[in-house]
Design a protein around this ligand. Structure first.
Ligand code: ATP
Length: 585
């Protein structure tokens, strides 16, 4: 599912501009600096024309001195103003971009992004589609505004000198600065949209191929995956080529209009000079000023052609920003008390959609402070759903989940998530050092605390034996560590977060059976003293937990200690007998 959310009807371009509202004053300042730069450029050519034409009449040098100084001043001011415009608009755009990135990440933290967006597509949304905001502000919005300010002033000056020349310039600027860009935009809209989509497709194909490389090679499907990447790349190139052709059309049309306007002004002006209704000096000024004025609108066709792509990127960006949070939670709330807490679940019911069957159907579960409880069940029993409710990725449809006597839905999501930490099935290990991976849970904490957590997770010996100790780089996804070490590292990280409830969600699912038993034993030993929930589908280590809940089809089938459940007829005793039988066989 790439983008299930459609935003409100408002145009994404306007919504992107609205994102920059807090930086509005800076943008206005940037536009004024830009107008000063382009105005200086136009005035420089106008004054130069006056100077050359006047000098041809051999006046006393004093008659030219002001114009000479003005050309130097305009030459300098053009550079300074351009520099200031770039500085101010980029500063404002980067600040806006930083705001937008924070909003996007905040939104993703409130949803289940990985389930909603394909990972490569999400990368594309986070990088290039978010960057499009900056592109719009610096290249899409500022040049037209500058063109309006400077173009208007130039038309006024030319009209004052020679009315037909002013009118011709106005017509030429409207054609080159409005009609051509709008035509380019109309043509560029679809390719622009297709370019953003094609970029997302390429990114998805690449990420899938990179991450899935071992499986693709094992199944001999690498050629097909590479062909998919090549197809996406070809589509992107084709669309980009079409966009480039549009740009060429815009630039060519603008150059044609410039030439025609200047020639028409020149021809009319020559006739006016012959009729003595215009001085030759004014003619030189009007013609060269008109020529310079077209420089102002020269970037606009490119801007308009790019707007289609920016609009499409904006739509994809708002696809993320408009995604409703997956849970309802207050922004602020009381802090949860420190230390191991009691977890009390009553009549919990959860399903994934109005017509869907219940994934959890009236579950009651208790963990006393400092005790370890296991939830056991076959695939589809609802174990992961229970974990996602505890991690606050999903709201209960009905029933209550209380932590330390307080409903977890009454707390801000961040507070609730800090209170329930754990080891997921496949914990993400960052391509960084052991120290940085651990500090993620408690930024800035000292090495003593890190070693303490490593000792509890039974990883300290291995790390001590590594030449670089805590500085050891673990590689992308922790590939330089064994599977068991990755789980222990994730446990040490969870312990550092000092959660009120520790959730071990199938922590050994990806390990081989021998390692599995050792890691389960170590995890349970390390979890001693914590209120711990072990979610599992295999029986390893369950004799060490205080209580076991057997879950089937979303409901609690059996509940009791290992000894109680072995003593009574039912699913658990059968499963243990089956496992022992298989082991013996
Ligand atoms: N994202 C989802 N959308 C719709 N239904 C879902 C979704 N996730 C789980 N389910 C359904 O909810 C029920 C419980 O699934 P859940 O993943 O919680 O079980 P589980 O015990 O964790 O299984 P497993 O051990 O295979 O992960 C199943 O019927 C499953 O099909």
């Amino acid at each position: 599912m790439s983008s299930p959310i459609t935003g409100p009807a408002r145009d994404p371009l306007w919504r992107m501009i609205a994102l920059a509202r807090p930086r509005g004053v800076r943008f206005v300042l940037g536009v004024l600096w830009g107008a000063a730069a382009t105005g200086s450029g136009v005035a420089l050519l106008g004054v130069s024309a006056w100077l050359i034409a006047k000098a041809a009449e051999h006046p006393p040098i004093t008659a030219l001195s002001i114009a000479v100084v003005a050309t130097r001043a305009l030459g300098v001011s053009r550079g300074v103003a351009r520099y200031m415009e770039r500085l101010v608009t980029h500063d404002a755009a980067f600040r806006t971009l930083a705001d937008v990135r924070v909003r996007v990440y905040e939104r993703l933290a409130r949803t289940e992004p990985v389930r909603r967006f394909r990972s490569g597509d999400l990368v594309s949304r986070l990088v290039s589609d978010t960057d499009a905001t900056q592109d719009l502000l610096v290249r899409g919005l500022t040049p037209p505004l500058i063109a309006v300010v400077t173009g208007g002033a130039t038309i006024a000056v030319c009209t004052a000198l020679y009315v037909p020349g002013g009118l011709l310039l106005a017509a030429g600027l409207v054609l080159a600065g409005l009609v051509v860009p709008f035509a380019a935009a109309a043509l560029g809209r679809r390719p622009g949209e297709r370019q953003a989509a094609a970029r997302g497709e390429l990114s998805t194909a690449l990420v899938d191929t990179l991450y899935g490389a071992p499986d693709l090679i094992a199944y001999g499907a690498m050629d097909r995956a590479v062909a998919r990447v090549q197809q996406a790349d070809t589509e992107l190139t084709r669309v980009a080529r079409r966009d480039a052709a549009l740009l060429g059309f815009g630039a060519g049309a603008a150059a044609l209009i410039t030439g025609l306007t200047v020639w028409a002004t020149l021809l009319l002006g020559v006739a006016a000079v012959a009729d003595d209704t215009l001085t030759s000096i004014s003619l030189a000024v009007v013609v060269l000023t008109a020529l310079a004025a077209f420089e102002i609108v020269a970037p606009l066709p490119a801007v308009a052609a790019r707007l289609g792509a920016i609009r499409a990127s904006g739509a994809r960006l708002f696809g993320v920003l408009d995604t409703p949070p997956s849970v309802d939670a207050p922004e602020t709330g009381p802090a949860l008390p420190d230390g191991p807490a009691a977890l009390r679940i009553r009549d919990l019911r959860v399903r994934y959609g109005p017509g869907e069957p219940w994934a959890l159907d009236g579950v009651d579960l208790d963990i006393a402070p400092g005790r370890t409880v296991a939830v056991l069940g076959p695939s589809g029993a609802g174990k992961s759903t229970l974990a996602s409710v505890l991690f606050r990725f999903r709201d209960p449809d009905s029933g209550t989940v209380e932590l330390g006597g307080a409903d977890i839905t009454a707390h801000p999501v961040d507070a609730a998530r800090a209170a329930v930490a754990g080891v997921p099935q496949d914990p993400h290990i960052f391509a960084s050092s052991l120290r940085e991976n651990l500090r993620l849970a408690r930024p800035g904490c000292g090495d003593d605390a890190l070693w303490d957590a490593l000792r509890r997770a039974r990883l300290a010996h291995e790390v001590e034996a590594m030449p670089d100790g805590l500085e050891t780089e673990v590689g992308s996804h922790g590939t330089r560590l064994s599977g068991g070490m990755r789980q222990r590292l994730a446990l040490a990280r969870a312990l550092l977060a000092a959660p009120r409830v520790l959730v071990l969600d199938e922590p050994t699912a990806h390990l081989d059976p021998d390692t599995r038993d050792a890691v389960t034993a170590d995890l349970l030993a390390a979890a001693e003293g914590y209120s711990t929930l072990l979610i599992t589908h295999d029986l390893a280590g369950l004799d060490r937990v205080d209580e076991i809940y057997v879950l089937a089809e979303g409901a609690v089938l059996q509940h009791g200690s290992h000894a109680d459940l072995l003593a009574s007829d039912g699913w658990y005793r059968d499963a243990v007998a089956l496992t022992n039988g298989a082991g013996a066989g």
